[in-house]
Design a protein around this ligand. Structure first.
Ligand code: SF4
Ligand code: SF4
Length: 138
């Protein structure tokens, strides 16, 4: 896709580049009107109806979720093929320590793929860190 972009985009230190676990763990659901057939950004063709009020990203409403937009291998090298159009849960999901505290959901998703929780950044990393407003589920 033309807007294909590496998930983190800003910081080369962003661990999401080599993770993507949350795109393969949660149901990524959101208010239906975030889709482009209701004036929003998210391509409706890549969503499925959850109920009259909610949609989710295709591929995430299963026992073994994996968003159809996730490219690459989880835990290795990943990117989101619709980064600029991703829904609010993806925009609002923060990696652990992004805002100074752990995110249990991030840790849980990583654990499901055998990945250790992200460690708190050291002082040097804090100084160079740019908050990325990662992505993902709710
Ligand atoms: S937010 Fe957490 S689980 Fe999601 S890709 Fe980033 S590090 Fe992985
Ligand atoms: S950031 Fe959101 S839309 Fe992109 S691959 Fe992950 S779950 Fe899917």
């Amino acid at each position: 896709m033309s807007n294909t972009q590496t998930i983190p985009t800003i910081s080369q230190h962003n661990p999401c580049i080599s993770c993507g676990a949350c795109c393969g763990y949660f149901r990524v659901s959101f208010y239906w009107a975030e889709a482009d057939d209701a004036g929003g950004l998210v391509p409706a063709s890549l969503t499925e109806q959850v109920n009259p009020y909610m949609r989710c990203m295709q591929g995430t409403n299963t026992k073994k979720p994996r968003c159809v937009n996730l490219r690459g291998e989880i835990g290795q090298n990943v990117m989101c093929s619709m980064y600029e159009n991703r829904p609010s849960p993806c925009r609002e999901f923060s990696q652990s320590w992004e805002f100074g505290e752990p995110n249990e959901a991030c840790d849980r998703a990583r654990a499901a793929y055998g990945l250790a929780p992200l460690a708190p950044p050291n002082a040097e990393e804090i100084a160079s860190k740019i908050a990325t407003g990662c992505h993902f589920p709710g």
